[in-house]
Design a binder for this molecule. Structure first.
Ligand SMILES: [Zn+2]
Length: 197
């Protein structure tokens, strides 16, 4: 199966993310489905999380891999797109489905830097994704075992394999730094408004 590389290039994020991605593709040539490969793809997903951050969105990134090729990529952008469903996972699934011209993404693996929410788990099941690889856990709204446990067991006809905790600290640190920065800005604005009387 041939995937439209030009489309993938066009939809790539920042120049830095594209460059980083190119390096990852070069070093990815002979890896199998292993922890090494998972970390490799997760690092690429992290570059998409940074793309989200550069657009003022919460830094979550995702990508979809089929037969060792990236077929879909996404980053969180509900604010910019005025779209509550524009989570990184949904964007990656949309992009992958367009690439293979099929709404079923059978045998694909979704890499995401933060545990998917209820909505994204629903989309993952509808898309028949085979495996989900997760970076950081999301104790507040994660639906792959943290706040809700929707992917485990026999709740749905479609079974999804889950791998947790791939580069969990790095993925979580992106979010921590983002929210810390946001709190600092809020504090500065509060102080300024206080000075103004
Ligand atoms: Zn979600």
């Amino acid at each position: 199966m041939i995937y439209p590389e030009s489309r993938l290039r066009q939809s790539s994020g920042s120049k830095a993310a594209t460059q980083h991605k190119a390096e990852l593709f070069i070093t990815m040539s002979n890896t199998s489905s292993s922890k090494f490969a998972d970390e490799h793809w997760m690092r690429l997903a992290m570059t998409f999380a940074l793309q989200a951050e550069s657009q003022g969105e919460v830094p979550v990134g995702a990508l979809l891999v089929l037969e060792n090729q990236v077929i879909g990529e996404g980053w969180n952008q509900p604010i910019g797109l005025n779209d509550p469903s524009a989570h990184a996972e949904i964007m990656a699934l949309r992009s992958g489905a367009q690439a293979v011209k099929n709404y079923r993404l059978v045998d694909s693996t979704l890499y995401v830097t933060l545990e998917p929410c209820v909505m994204c788990v629903g989309a993952i099941i509808h898309a028949r994704v085979a495996r989900v690889v997760i970076g950081a856990a999301d104790p507040k709204s994660g639906a792959a075992g943290s706040a809700f446990d929707l992917l485990n067991g026999n709740k749905f006809n479609h079974k999804v394999d889950i791998t947790n905790g791939i580069l969990a600290k790095d993925c979580g640190d992106l979010l921590k730094a983002f929210f810390e920065k946001r709190r600092q800005v809020a504090r500065m604005q509060f102080t300024k408004s206080g000075e103004g009387g």
